[in-house]
Design a protein around this ligand. Sequence first.
Ligand SMILES: Cc1ncc(COP(=O)(O)O)c(C=O)c1O
Length: 398
Amino acid sequence: METAMIAATDKRVYMNTFGERFPIAFAYGKESTLYDLEGKAYTDFLAGIAVNALGYAHPKVTAAICEQAQRIVHYSNYFYIEKQALLAETLTHLSCFDRAFFCNTGAEANEGAIKLARKYFYDKGEDRYEIIACENSFHGRTIATVAATGQKKYQKPYSPLLPSGIKNVPYGDANALKAALSPNTAAVLVECIQGEGGVIDGGDYLAQVRALCDENGCLMIIDEVQTGIGRTGTLFAYEQYGFEPDILTLAKALGGGVPIGAVLAKEACCAFGPGDHGTTFGGNPLACAAGLAVISEIAREPFLSAVKQKGKYFKSELVKLQAQFPKKIVDVRGRGLMLGMELAAEIKNSAVQKELLKQGFIIGVAGHNTLRFVPPLIIREEQIDALLGVLTNYFRKA
Ligand SMILES: Cc1ncc(COP(=O)(O)O)c(C=O)c1O
């Protein structure tokens, strides 16, 4: 099918939740490059929205998926699943957590984490049900996670929000959190770096959240759906902020493109027992085989230090660009290969995105007029330089 025909069919029969899509469909990808149906190449700085950490057609991930698909894709969680047990063991071994639960998406992982926190206090006989999340956050599109997602544009059409007991406080404001915490608070749910919110780094706020949770006696849930699996230069972003959460959620990069989400938790708060939670697909052999292949590539040196080094270089070059065009670029933020560049009001982030796409570069937009760069972690320095070249030209003319 040609792209125009796909577009016509899509417009006729697909629910239009994604707005005006770019008039491109991809045929295949290799490393950090995508090729459309007409054969045009694009260097990818979006990676399927921070999913394809190892790029496209990574030989080890592809082999693991093919091998597993030839044996068995799915049976059910009524039985033991070797790859599920191994992936849980790997993730807990590499983190401060003791147990894992697998699901299919980031939203589902956050739902699981919220349920786990509530169940923990239910078992203890404490009346703690409230979840505090941050304004400008993003935690998913299900009815509970949209309540946690502190952005009116996502919440308004679905009000009154379910479930009750979810509050939003300003991100980065420890005093506001302190005031919002109560004897009914079960957990604070927070991102280390707000991704969809515009690549906003929580910095010292995160350790303050930890301290306030301890003081209050509630749990701390870190949403690492976007920051996890090497994106910021460590396997998990929390490692860089000097605290340990009680519960952590993952998805996106974990399956290298195969849908998988995870809830990781410390033993002390693993309150789920038989029947308390469940899933049909979550943690099936195919998704876990992909997850194991992804982790075995990313959770090692020199892979992670290369992410840090490339991120440092990329960010310093973006900062130089800001110095060159101070009236057009307002801010450069982020860490590792999760970077954002906020633009002045007269330059629309979506216009930059469209122009770069014409020139063969895929970038994201997020938050307040911000360009978001979340390339495959295998991106090469010369590809970063090529992007910087087209950005420089753009700002020169803009
Ligand atoms: C931090 C964060 N949490 C949760 C989600 C939701 O993940 P999913 O779209 O897989 O449900 C996202 C998606 O962008 C995210 O960035």
